[in-house]
Ligand binder design. Sequence first.
Ligand code: AGP
Length: 611
Amino acid sequence: MCGIVGYIGHSEAAPILLDSLSRLEYRGYDSAGIAVYAQETGLAVFKAKGRLKVLSDLVDGGKAVHGTVGVGHTRWATHGAPSDVNSHPHVSADGRFAVVHNGIIENYVEIREFLAEHGVQFVSQTDTEVVAHLLEYYYEDDMLQAVTKVLHRVNGAYAFGIVSTDHPDQLIAVRKDSPLVLGYGKDFNLLASDVTAVIKYTREVSYLEDGEIAVLSPDGVTVYDSLLRTVQKPRHTVDWEVSAAEKGGYEHFMAKEIMEQPKAFRDTVFPRITDGRVVLDNITLDRDDVRDMDKIYIIACGSSYHVGVVAKYLLEKLLRKPVEVALASEFRYSDPIVTPRTLALVISQSGETIDTLAAMREAKRLGARILAIVNVVGSTIAREADDVIYTWAGPEIAVATTKAYSTQLAVIDLIALYLADLLGTIDKAEYDAIVAELLLVPEKMEQILAARETIQYYASIYFNHASVFFIGRNVDYAAGLEGSLKLKEISYIHSEAYAAGELKHGTISLIEDGTLVIALASQAGVLFEKTMSNVVEVKSRGADVLGITSAALERGMCKTVDSVLTVPDTHPFLQPSLNVLPLQLFAYYVSLQRGCDIDKPRNLAKSVTVE
Ligand code: AGP
């Protein structure tokens, strides 16, 4: 949800701002803009509706803009339609301040009215514009004082980058509830919404905390707390390569990230298994804590929520404790039953999703112990949780998550085993069997990925369907939820996932001749038989059924469905880790066939930092 960048140093700022923005476009791509200051030319502001390329062409890749300090923005529109005028940066009426903003100013209407009474004429419909005018209103020569007064006045979530024509030797960064990273260079410094925007220039970073204000100059960075006392920020060295955030020969990030899943799964799981046992050294939950727990609440959004749905089946089966999966956006407002004996498992790739962050804070306030599963190191959720287990998926750029989902599932497998072992609710034979199979998952993923042409073939047959239904039971249903989301978000085909047995309670009325139903049935025994009965029900109403099953069940499925995709056998708990791959590939190839913008689907952004 919007990406912001800022540069101050001795080089031309514009090309650096544009390059950094290109790595943040996944956060929003409705419009982009930069503001750069040079003594000779003053504050130059360029903004353009559409992708970053439109802006970049407008300023000749930055060559047309001169100055060594500036800010930039890529927008996911909230207040005010995507347009040139609503694009950031927003500038105060006196032209002294330019502001870029990620987040939402919740009380902007009231501030707008106040400023209007003081003669301010607004040019945009955005919430952000009030910040530029407030800076002008409060400014009396001292940037820090003016910024502090503005912060006292605004409510909501924000990360701001601010330049001022009066203080071109200063670039200001502030945050509350929206991410902000500082990058330290030699003779220059940077601010950005995400590490990916700065690592081409520096690997030395620190993460701004809520309420902190950073003043960047070419030679240094001073960080203040909300009382304007200086704060010593710990610095971190980013240890992954720039290439990890590039396409590496693939047509799309999504294709690259799908193919990276065996490695990501290995990186996440293998270092945490020693002599056949799951070792989660860095978490502080001990046996007594786990015994005391009377409930697990899983809190997440989107695909991370779908991981939670799989997790509920696994954790309840292995731990025999009640597990509730909550959509983070609902959790906070549902008066949740949380006590100090609740373990809140918070799942988030970005670690910045505002709904998840807010729900986590609420769970914490109510006394829950927080265990977070996060991909982005140093993100807010990771920092605020009691314990964090990182998914070592590397940077995920495509808006549609793939490798982050897979590694979140992997961490759930590890946690389920770890907690069951602590509680003594799993016998040795089953524990050993799951661990052995867990170690084989990456190889089996590779087999599925190697056969991707078959999936591409089915995509070429089905890409024109107007509506698709995913059905399955138990963890197959959970994987279907994710398959359905993948398909709809990148191909714009309407799709729904249903627990197979639930379809007949209403939705089956939508099944007619030629409706595509993707049926997942990879669990042997009664679950397979019952799902196949539901398949027969939709077949009798004319559905075209593409089945997804495991090798051992292939023959049974072939008899009933029109086409089958078979994945290798594994332990039933781990089957979603394999089943999701054909679903991701199917969504990918269908969208490719439909000519969709796969990495940047319409209306979406990777990191959702607005409620
Ligand atoms: C799915 O492809 C999406 N990217 C989306 O549903 C995502 O999983 C959701 O917004 C949650 O994001 P998070 O994991 O970063 O919190």
